[in-house]
Design a protein around this ligand. Sequence first.
Ligand code: GTP
Length: 506
Amino acid sequence: MSIHMASPILSLSNDFDLLNLLTSSPPKSSFSTHAGAGTGKYKRREAPLDPLLLAAAISSGPHVTRHHYHHHHTVPATDDLLPDTPTVTVDATMPSALASIDPPKPKYKSAQAPRSQRVKIGSNGTNENKENQREPLVGTSAGNLPQRRPRGPSLLQNSFVTSSTALSANSSSPPVVGAGPPPPSPFILSASPQTISTPVIRNLPPAPLQVQCMARTRIPTPHGPAFLHLYRNNKDDKEHLAFVIDPAQLEDNNDVDVSTFIRSASLDAKWSEDEAEIDRLTRGAYVGRLSPATHRASKPSESSSSQPSSAPLPPLVRIHSECFTGETIGSMRCDCGEQLDEALRLISSPASSSSPGRGAVIYLRQEGRGIGLLSKIRAYNLQDMGHDTVQANLLLGHGADERRYDIAAAIMRDLGLERVELLTNNPDKVKSLEKEGITVAKRRGMVPRSWQQQSHSHEHPMAGGEEGRIDGATLIGGGAAHGPELEKYLRTKVERMGHMLDLPPS
Ligand SMILES: Nc1nc2c(ncn2[C@@H]2O[C@H](COP(=O)(O)OP(=O)(O)OP(=O)(O)O)[C@@H](O)[C@H]2O)c(=O)[nH]1
């Protein structure tokens, strides 16, 4: 081993030198040791720069002090590990310098008995495992229902009951159904331990997708009132949203055809026999407009399972994917903020003089086309190095687009939106929805505002103050995004992702 330091100069040419340093008198080196150091085997270590401490620090790391350099700093032997010793996962994209100093992973040894022993049936025919007795593991299509289930919407009861979410049937807590992710694997103890002598573990098909609207509220937006719906589901742990625009629901007019209202069936459902009216009102299961003077809880029958065919026009719907950068901080690398703003504006615009605009934005938490914000930020750096959005995703080991639309379709079904006019340029969205049984009666394209502007004028879209400002630009990120990065982003969508949009002549 050879360790060289620039200053003070300490050169240890081999292990022997280091050993000498640790066990005998300090080396003759360019820095001075304490003049009065003893002469025995173990010297007093009072030098301004203690060579012993320095050697220990060099060999073990800068965290070593004279008080603890004797401690064991290497990976402990497997037997010394506590059962819950955390394992460190090294991110593949971690800088290699960091990855290379990562110690070898200790062999993890679980203190838990093998599962076969834990579910072992005792001689008296009962399961000896107390936890299993309290809370049987529950799957969706198992046939055997949980003995104790939480109060809450019936839709997800079977698939969401886990030991952490189960409450007593008498609990008055708000529903926790769907509060946690579904069980990690669809294994189920198929029969009660009291009736059989050996447990049968059956591998079930994955539970069918279910969504549940947990709450709804009115949001006044720059484009008019909207109802914000928060959904949970049994496939991912994201809180997907739906903005419903249906101002007729707020009118106090008996002539309105309530069957055309866009309402969530899972929200209007009865969640328990003894549900109090205040609980229904609080979660948004009400009709009309809430005010200190008026509040009427909805009835399950109030939401139709699908929009009636008598409805004049299919509601206008946009499926929008989350984009923190474009929507929240107004990034002009993309037009996402603008698209969200434009979608709310178009849906809110009256379809005719007699019918107000109606429809919904289904807002999916699929940041960065499903790759997540961390990867999207990395992708931006690759884009700065000359790659387009597709190449950047691929270079990071992702697909060009990792999104799915099955949850969107389930939310649309819950809202009765089974036949719609879809606001998109993206052919994947149309195909995926149709595959899920949603009828896309019509598609309306979304032309970027900067491109709309280009066809009218050669001016910069935001130039010229209010005259240059495009109608409807209201939200942060909603102002007409523009710039070379946006141009490249939009062109990549058209040229590489098949978006149905005409490129502007320039
Ligand atoms: N990976 C990646 N994702 C991006 C980038 N820029 C924007 N996004 C994401 O792209 C998605 C945009 O999705 P949508 O608004 O649904 O738009 P779209 O798929 O282009 O389809 P339409 O707008 O309906 O035509 C959002 O999830 C953004 O976060 C990028 O440079 N890289």
